[in-house]
Design a protein around this ligand. Sequence first.
Ligand code: RFL
Ligand code: PHB
Length: 389
Amino acid sequence: MRTQVAIIGGGPAGLLLGQLLHCYGIDNVIFERKDRDYILGRIRAGVLEQGTVGLLDEVGVSARLHHDGLVHHGIELAFGGARHRIDMARATGKTVTVYGQTEVTRDLMDARLAAGLTTVYNADNVSLHDFDSEQPCIRYEKDGTTHEVVCDFIAGCDGFHGVSRQSVKPDALTTFERVYPFGWLGLLSETPPVSPELIYTNHERGFALCSMRSLHRSRYYLQCTLDDDVNNWPDEKFWDELKRRLDPQAAATLITGPSIEKSIAPLRSFVAEPMRFGRLFLAGDAAHIVPPTGAKGLNLAASDVHYLSVALREFYAEKSAAGIDDYSRRALARVWKAERFSWWMTSMMHRFPGTDEFSSRIQRAELAYLIDSDAAKTSLSENYVGLPY
Ligand code: RFL
Ligand code: PHB
């Protein structure tokens, strides 16, 4: 087989890149280790920046998003038993859209199928070769047979644990990491959201987040310890703990119900530099991870593949390597700003085990300053709705 761009990983980064390249007339094949249903079974992100929505508009896969997605103009921060609204639309003129990653992925998969583009699911033992030459190739196994695909470029969109970043010589890569001493326990339920906007809560028992997928489906998170297990959290216990952390009004109006899904995610900040190695490009979680507090992971995957697709279009249409030469610098400039914002939101909203009284007072002062200062609210808002590309 031969293709112009071999894309490793069929998550949101790989699928959106595939669709953008297709729009620019660039041939691509996606190689994905799992199957379609496995990918659609993962409950992850829920908040899309306006820029991400714009990219989905550009590739023509946003009809369902505009019909079912919920446009949010603000968020609420809760601490000391009270809620404080941040009007992001007033501060920035922009909004975010609440529409699940599962649905974005489904829409992109359907569009790829309709366009007749090839996705190889259940591709085992994918390996990357010769990306320091002008003719890289990948190999994979399927149904007991080894296949080889020759290409012009490889896009590593295979997430944090994927093979692409691991294929780079260790001395060509610098990594930066912060592991937080807690995780998020998430619960999805077929219940109406407790409030029309997201509530981020700082409480002495730990952080809590009230989010949603639709007007009938809610997503809630509780800060938990790293060694915790979902089996320690029967639904009743989850709801009781959530009520203890929420402000009195939210606790009193919360509608509970059986969970559809429950999972624990550790929190981590991670960046690998650079994001280009010859003819291999990393994009999305393959290159960087943010803690979910700022809702930036999926959105960063989208901005990466925007930069990459534009660079590849320039390469093929204008025979210029300027875009691909600048890809890593451009992408990382935006990545680090989102890393900073996600780290800051995480630091401000969580309880850090063993923290001293000075740090607690500083955290409280940070929150008090934020709700008292229009400048601080604008700063939070412009990062939350997404910095420009
Ligand atoms: P993905 O989604 O991990 O997809 C990578 C794909 O690559 C495949 N793969 C391989 N394929 C072939 N060969 C191999 N060797 C392979 N190894 C892996 C995998 O099967 C998979 O299909 O990465 P991608 O595409 O870069 O997308 C990144 C996003 O998924 C991620 O950043 C977000 O989910 C993060 N995130 C959030 N982001 C937001 O923008 N807003 C949010 O509100 C938000 N909330 C969240 C989140 C992530 C969470 N968890 C569970 C980590 C909430 C949570 C709880
Ligand atoms: C979600 O709905 O899953 C969600 C929303 C906002 C976040 C993180 C996750 O910051």
